[in-house]
Design a protein around this ligand. Structure first.
Ligand SMILES: Nc1nc2c(c(=O)[nH]1)N[C@H]1C(S)=C(S)[C@@H](COP(=O)(O)OP(=O)(O)OC[C@H]3O[C@@H](n4cnc5c(=O)[nH]c(N)nc54)[C@H](O)[C@@H]3O)O[C@H]1N2
Ligand SMILES: Nc1nc2c(c(=O)[nH]1)N[C@H]1C(S)=C(S)[C@@H](COP(=O)(O)OP(=O)(O)OC[C@H]3O[C@@H](n4cnc5c(=O)[nH]c(N)nc54)[C@H](O)[C@@H]3O)O[C@H]1N2
Ligand code: SF4
Ligand SMILES: [Mo]
Length: 701
């Protein structure tokens, strides 16, 4: 075994940032195990990390630029690819204006050091305000709430899960997702630790999830009613004089406005609509307010829905009103070594609403428009129509609402480029595909997720395998695109140079933080537990927190209206569909790993036994699910882990029914949930896609 080498790195597939110990003999991987010495993940990984070797060795990974021709895909040189892209994009922009070329950035950009650092320069070079990303099918309402309350979209407060006494989880499934906007590996252990130290974990979810099953209590809620629940809890805090701002009292404005806003939403008034009794709402509120420390954490289920904006605002308000923001065991602000908030000056005008989208007037925020309106902007003729698209590490045909419409819209573009590792449902529309290195071939430092992490650490991972001649990293491709769009010479910057500068300018500079220091500590450096630091993190002009911005108050009539209507009564589409994540899957792109797709097809419709009995369906039977957008057929899985009237379908699937190259995925093609979701359904405050609570009808196939 003497020729076996050991490499330490951080897994960059999801937000949990697990430390890996990889043993290899040359290019042959001997083992991928958790690194017990990693100070952040402390010896945890999930099955996806082991699949990193599959992605590395996957013969279907693209290695050379491809050009679409009448005879099929043709391998071309990087020079030819960039030269054609430069001339086509510049010609289109000269004819139709800068904004006629759009860009879409997918989730892996956030997990990639080079992309995180070079995308801003690329955007500048493209010079188009038509930018879209997966953020508006995900966590946009979190950033908008941080923007309005704390003055910056990146001022995100994270549950201090390691020390809290009471964790209230609304619409998150960290046992499967490994924590989102709450980075921290080994979530089951952290949840058990809370219980072992006498604390409580409560999960509010229409499905009895893997997290709900190990929690202290699970409470079913009807889809999209979370804002009503949160309002009723806030109502109760005021009614029972449980407001206790503690150290935040001198900072907060708008308390009376919140009290007035919550007045119409008593537990009794919302109970029936929400599906939780008034007694339980009062009890949960009492428990939350009485706990020595408590934190409310709401995630995808309370963000990718029609009231996502209100949900994320009210989550912050609940934490603040109970004095649990910026307090040990509450919601705390991470202090990352590479700090995206570092350069944001207090009082910097928010970009919220700086522009409105052309067709549906959806708000621009943080440099982009909502993905839910990309198809409108491509298909609607007129001044400002999108004619060309560049996708970077994104697969919106499967990931965006009404993906089938995007599939058609992309086919009608004048020109399309994809920077990706696969020929898939989205990239098959490109005229040119630029293949990037990935996984074990890249250097890594987590620029984004250290900003959402449950403790402060820093770690740099060098590439494990050198890229092959002729391959390019994502950031090198971005540089190539910048050069072909602007003609500007290379400025010599590398991710390592920019990272080192950022580390040396950051808050740990006195402790000698630098790239060299990280290279000297291959397991990572522990920078300690989260600390109260609100004065350092607040970016509002006056250094105060406005609890009740008019922006949110103006949306309350819509919440009030939700008390009156009942979607489950609609005869045409009597069920509400929600999304589900699977342990051995990451969004739309990991299906070519043999070890992740073995076993029986997990893409099933989960349904309550009483509903199944009423429809005379038996387990495993094929059913057709129809929405106003489209229809799919899949097998039904019957149990009582889901609320009656609600059904759940996995996200991220739908491969190879559209003739792409991923042959392993073809063995379990699944269906795409986004053939059913609707791109016209958004949270109006943020424009975030409402992917949950979709009205559907179900029949035996
Ligand atoms: N109905 C429903 N829809 C959802 C969700 C849901 O819960 N329900 N979840 C939403 C969420 S949270 C998200 S984040 C989005 C994700 O939406 P997307 O980001 O659009 O989808 P991904 O599957 O992450 O797409 C990743 C793409 O990047 C490519 N890729 C992977 N690694 C690399 C790399 O290193 N470099 C490059 N250049 N390319 C790479 C993959 O081949 C793939 O094409 O989906 C959203 N869609
Ligand atoms: N294994 C795995 N891990 C992943 C991913 C993956 O694809 N697979 N994707 C990663 C990404 S990109 C992200 S953003 C994170 C997401 O991380 P999470 O938000 O933790 O993951 P989800 O499973 O989408 O959790 C959403 C929960 O909301 C519930 N829900 C749906 N509608 C409602 C509602 O109206 N109200 C309430 N209260 N609950 C509702 C669902 O039942 C589900 O349990 O996961 C990341 N981690
Ligand atoms: S939990 Fe996420 S970061 Fe950790 S090993 Fe799994 S995919 Fe990688
Ligand atoms: Mo996501």
């Amino acid at each position: 075994m003497s020729d076996v080498q050991t490499h330490f790195r951080t897994c960059n597939i999801c937000e949990a940032m697990c430390g890996l110990e990889i043993k290899h003999r040359g290019e042959e991987i001997v083992s991928i195990k958790p690194d017990p010495l990693d100070p952040f993940s402390r010896g945890h990984i999930c099955p996806k990390a082991v699949a990193l070797q599959d992605f590395y060795h996957d013969p279907e990974r693209l290695k050379t630029p491809l050009r679409k021709t009448a005879e099929g895909w043709q391998a071309i040189s990087w020079e030819d690819a960039f030269s054609e892209i430069g001339s086509r994009v510049r010609a289109l922009q000269a004819e139709h204006g800068q904004d006629c070329v759009a860009a879409y950035m997918g989730n892996p950009n956030a997990h990639n050091l080079g992309n995180a650092l070079f995308l801003p320069q690329f955007m500048k070079a493209l010079g188009s305000k038509n930018r879209y990303s997966s953020a508006s099918a995900d966590q946009l309402p979190h950033h908008v709430a941080a923007n309005f309350l704390f003055g910056a979209g990146m001022a995100i407060s994270v549950p201090d899960i390691n020390r809290t006494d009471y964790l209230l989880i609304i619409g998150g499934n960290p046992v499967v997702s490994n924590g989102s906007m709450m980075s921290g590996a080994g979530m089951p252990g952290r949840i058990k630790d809370i219980q072992q130290r006498g604390g409580k974990v409560v999960v509010i979810d229409p499905r009895r999830t893997e997290t709900a099953k190990i929690a202290s209590e699970h409470v079913f809620i009807r889809p999209e009613k979370d804002a009503l629940l949160l309002m009723a809890m806030i109502h109760t805090l005021f009614a029972e004089q449980r407001i206790n701002l503690r150290h935040l009292a001198p900072l907060c404005d708008g308390l009376a406005d919140i009290e007035q806003a919550a007045a119409p939403f008593s537990p009794e008034q919302v109970a029936e609509t929400v599906g939780i009794s008034a007694v339980d709402i009062r009890r949960l509120t009492d428990e939350f307010a009485s706990a020595p420390s408590a934190v409310c954490y709401s995630r995808m289920g309370a963000s990718t829905q029609s009231f996502g904006g209100l949900c994320q605002w009210l989550t912050l308000v609940l934490n603040i009103l109970t004095g649990n923001l910026d307090r040990q065991g509450g919601a705390m602000f991470p202090q990352p070594a590479f700090d995206l908030l570092g350069s944001v000056k207090p009082g910097k005008p928010s970009s919220y609403g700086r522009h409105q989208s052309r067709v549906r007037q959806l708000p621009f925020f943080n440099g982009e428009f909502p993905i839910a309106t990309l198809a409108d902007e491509i298909e609607t003729a007129g001044d400002g129509q999108i004619k060309a698209l560049i996708t970077i590490a994104g697969n919106p045909v499967l990931s965006a609402p009404n993906g089938d419409r995007l599939d058609r819209a992309f086919a009608g573009l004048d020109f399309m480029v994809s920077v990706d590792i696969y020929l898939n449902e989205t990239t098959k529309h490109a005229d040119i595909i630029l293949p990037a290195t990935t996984g074990l071939e890249i250097a890594h430092f987590d620029v984004f997720f250290n900003s959402f992490a449950v403790s402060n650490t820093a770690k740099y991972s060098p590439p494990m395998f050198a890229k092959k001649p002729g391959q390019k990293h994502d950031w090198e491709i971005l540089k190539g695109l910048i050069a072909c769009l602007t003609g500007a010479p290379d400025n010599g910057a590398t991710p390592e140079l920019l990272l080192d500068m950022g580390l040396k300018a950051g808050r740990y500079k006195e402790q000698g933080m630098s790239l060299q220091r990280l290279l000297d500590n291959p397991h990572g450096i522990d920078l300690g537990p989260l600390q109260p630091c609100i004065s350092e993190r607040l970016r509002t002009a006056d250094g105060r927190i406005a609890l009740a911005p008019a922006f949110y108050l103006n949306d309350l009539p819509r919440l009030q209206a939700a008390l009156e209507e009942d979607a489950t009564q609609r005869a045409d589409y009597p069920f509400q569909m929600i999304s589900r994540r699977l342990v051995r899957n990451h969004n739309t792109w990991t299906h070519n790993a043999h070890r992740l797709i073995k076993g029986k097809n997990p893409v099933t419709l989960q349904m309550h036994s009483a509903d199944a009995a009423r429809l005379q369906l038996s387990a495993g039977q094929a059913v057709t699910v129809r929405s106003a957008t489209g229809q799919v057929t899949l097998d039904v899985e019957i149990n009582d882990d889901i609320l009656q009237g609600v059904v759940s379908v996995p996200q991220g699937w739908g491969h190879n029914h559209r003739n792409t190259a991923m042959s392993v995925a073809a063995k379990q093609p699944g269906i795409s949930i986004n053939s059913l979701t609707c791109d016209q359904r958004v949270d109006p405050l943020t424009g975030n896609a409402a992917l949950n609570g979709v009205a559907v009808a179900i029949h035996a196939a």
